[in-house]
Design a protein around this ligand. Structure first.
Ligand SMILES: [Zn+2]
Length: 219
């Protein structure tokens, strides 16, 4: 009997170790350089997909700050945001479109600068709470067609007015359909839309991740 229980104990321990190992293998993996990464690690989107179009507005002076606030144009996000965004883009590509990116992760210091200029939570998140951009879970995007031409969304990116709202219906049917197309697929892939900005999407599972002020390297 004793021997039976010993064998049972050894067998159970072995099974427990195996199941723990396989569980950890689900959420933790290695990147190309052999570094351990998880769902919440910040990664560069271009290392995971070449199928996005970029127009990183804050790495130029073509934005409401009228200043180049990023040293270089990179799209860093948490890995889970990247994975969800790639799934959405794959779906758009099947329909003949691609996601064009205006902004991704945004260090908290930049959020503070934005808040100084536009202290209106309808358009800029209060840095005291932090934006989902500061958490690596938000993207500002639009869609382009096969020729790289932006679909008409009714306003430009960062137009801070009622016309940018999903609820503003005094737009043409084409604009309404374009906004709906973007919204429908982003929601299907795990994002929330933001009522006052047709371009802004938050990954639902990133809302509570910590705020960061880390800057990326510009080589
Ligand atoms: Zn945004």
């Amino acid at each position: 009997m004793t021997r039976y229980f010993k064998s049972l104990l050894i067998f159970c321990s072995f099974f427990w170790i195996i199941s723990c190992k396989s569980q950890s293998a689900i959420s933790v993996t290695e990147d190309k350089k052999g570094l351990t990464i998880s769902d919440t690690t910040f990664v560069n989107l271009k290392d995971y997909s070449q199928n996005f179009v970029y127009d990183m507005k804050y790495a130029t002076s073509d934005n409401f700050l009228k200043a180049k606030v990023y040293d270089c144009a990179e799209c860093f996000l948490r890995l889970k945001t990247v994975n969800a965004l790639i799934k959405a883009n794959t779906k758009f590509m099947k329909k003949g479109y691609k996601i064009k990116i205006f902004d991704c992760y945004r260090p908290l210091d930049i959020q503070k600068k934005m808040w100084e200029i536009v202290s209106n939570p309808q358009y800029v998140a209060n840095p005291a709470k932090g934006s989902i951009h500061n958490r690596g879970g938000a993207v500002d995007i639009t869609l382009v067609d096969n020729n790289g031409k932006e679909l008409d969304m009714g306003t430009s990116f960062d137009y801070f007015g009622i016309e940018s709202s999903h609820n503003y219906l005094k737009v043409s049917q084409e604009i309404q359909l374009n906004r709906e197309l973007l919204k429908k697929i982003m929601i299907q892939k795990g994002f929330n839309s933001f009522d006052s900005e047709w371009w802004h999407y938050n990954l639902k599972s990133a809302l509570k991740d910590p705020v960061s002020n880390a800057k990326w390297d510009c080589n």
